[in-house]
Write a protein that binds this ligand. Sequence first.
Ligand code: PLP
Length: 466
Amino acid sequence: MLTHEYQARDGAHHLHPFTDFKALADQGSRVITHGEGVYIHDSEGYRILDGMAGLWCMNLGYGRRELVEAATAQLEQLPYYNTFFKTTHPPAVRLAEKLCALAPPHIQHVFFTGSGSEANDTVLRMVRRYWALKGRPEKHWVIGRENGYHGSTLAGMSLGGMAPMHGQGGPCVPGIAHIRQPYWFGEGRLDEAHGMSPEAFGQACAAALDDKIRELGAENVAAFIAEPVQGAGGAIMPPESYWPAVKAVLAKYDILLVADEVICGFGRLGEWFGSQHYGLEPDLMPIAKGLSSGYLPIGGVLVGERVAETLIEEGGEFFHGFTYSGHPACAAVALRNLELLEAEGIVDRVRDDLGPYLAERWASLADHPIVGEARSLGLMGALELVADKATGQRFDKSLAAGNLCRDLCFTSGLVMRSVGDTMIIAPPLVIRREEIDELVELARHALDETARRLTRTAQTQEEPSA
Ligand SMILES: *Cc1c(COP(=O)(O)O)cnc(C)c1O
């Protein structure tokens, strides 16, 4: 099939996620046909460096035979059986055991789901159930963060703090509140009234949690949910002061911590879980994405002993689960994926070699005239685009600088995502140093071209229309 045929047929029948349906049908999708290592290829024969690891999930990269073989062998052996009603199967048993061996020691149980969104629906059910079993059903409020992302089901989007999603979903799930995000470049730096350093801003964001808890009444608050590093919100690493202060607040009021590890888990930040990087001991950790390196869909919730013991000892039947909870082929692929990440020392390599290398190369982009900040942690990075480097002033929204830069990246052979005017990357964890060099060169090239076009636009606007 030719590209335009794919596009016409796709446009006629396919409603894409997070997409303006009409605009895409008019414009035509880019058709990705195959992948190898850190590269994807499109139907026009172009090779593109996938700086986003698909959607933050292709941790082992494309084309891993071992994962294909694990899926094939399991599909032949037992393509499906459920884990309801006192049944199980070998891949689910082995994966549960492996995950609990990799997780921090206080976590010894996992509940399987089909995705990260289902994992967060499960979180909400478990948190409410936990406090109800403790005889405190009124302790059911969950606090999330503005611009946090926890998925796209009704519970996922309600826990998340994406304003455009809340704007479309009708009434959100009740009993969920949000506090400000620890986004220093976007919010703290500009807070002139306070003129905040990152450390002071981190403290202020933790204080906002304390305020919200007191506003709701600590006796009514069940849990706080957050990503260790915000992913979809713009690769936002909180100031160093943030997590220790948040931990102290939660301990003070006896409130559960849910660390959404869907992106940060499985090596992205140079540890098996992002929580380990920040020294967190979450009660619940939703997982998905890198769990299977995206080869097959699977997610889950890692459940700490405090909650697990109550659900097990006092709960009776938990009326919750999915047809595909612990799906055998998905579990087999996830298990193989974890074994490979471990055997190839990939998580340590991200921490000790690739993360520091990316940090150094990525920071070199900070001198670019339209870059206000370049930050990274492990294999996650962000660039803040600005119109004025000295003041950090943003481009006019109507210029859509981020989208322009993203499109220019794509044309020149790099997937870099835009969140407003924040450019983000999260490449496969198997990326090599020379591929990091290539990524940074392609990014610089796109920044140059973005700057050139935006300057031209600005000049055109200033010229008299005659
Ligand atoms: C992607 C994501 C989810 C949702 O996962 P899906 O598999 O898309 O449902 C939840 N939380 C975080 C942090 C994510 O990045």
